[in-house]
Design a protein around this ligand. Sequence first.
Ligand code: NAD
Length: 238
Amino acid sequence: MDIKKNIFILTGAGISKESGIQTFREKDGLWDNHRIEDVCTVDAFLRDPTFVNNFYNLRRKKLKDTKIKPNAAHINLAILENYWKGDFVLVTQNIDNLHEQAGSKKLLHMHGSLDKAYCMNCLDKIDLNFDLSINYQCKKCKKKGDVRVDVVWFGEQPKYLDLIYEYLEKTDIFLSIGTSNNVYPAAGFIDFLGNQQKKVELVEFNIEKTNKSSLFEKSILGPASITVEKFVRKIVSY
Ligand code: NAD
């Protein structure tokens, strides 16, 4: 692989599974035993903000557990970024902070982050290192109960989409790692690249075939901690 080319890497919940974080919906359609419509929509938050706050508070707390650490896949992507000479971007659908912990810098959290919040009234942004509750008062506008976790829920627009499509347009290599390619618009990136005039190297890493596997030139099957490390070691000899 030519390290002077432009590379775009998309990651999903599967890359964090071996670090001890549950994926979204592999077989049962649930996220950590919760129905998506109960925890991933604005309606759910308006209906029962305490329930939704607690769901994300628990996930944020879990990230502080010393057993939850970046695995070899996160670490090798940070190594690859350091070594890469062309444009490099890592776009994650994950709301955990394991890529940052591994040392990734050119990183876009298209679905937001567990450790950020904002006020729906005045849009003030907040770093979250505490449990959010309906009694929390916005420091800027002083309104109570309007601060929510800054993750993108169903029906909301993912972040950085214009920038992401600029990167997609100029990329020569696309790696999709640990994503079911079910959640749009990220699931549509491969369709977008497949319809481009220019030839893009398309590689998928997953433990099993996904419903988009046929659109990739290569599907590398196996746990990301092993397959991604092997892939990176071939490029960066260390
Ligand atoms: P998904 O749960 O729909 O799919 C996970 C994929 O990872 C599956 O295709 C599965 O086969 C694969 N996988 C599981 N273990 C793997 C491993 N060890 N190595 C390689 N692949 C593995 O996840 P998605 O496609 O990212 O769906 C996205 C939604 O889930 C996002 O909106 C995201 O915000 C949310 N989410 C994020 C986290 C997190 O931040 N870690 C966790 C759960 C859900």
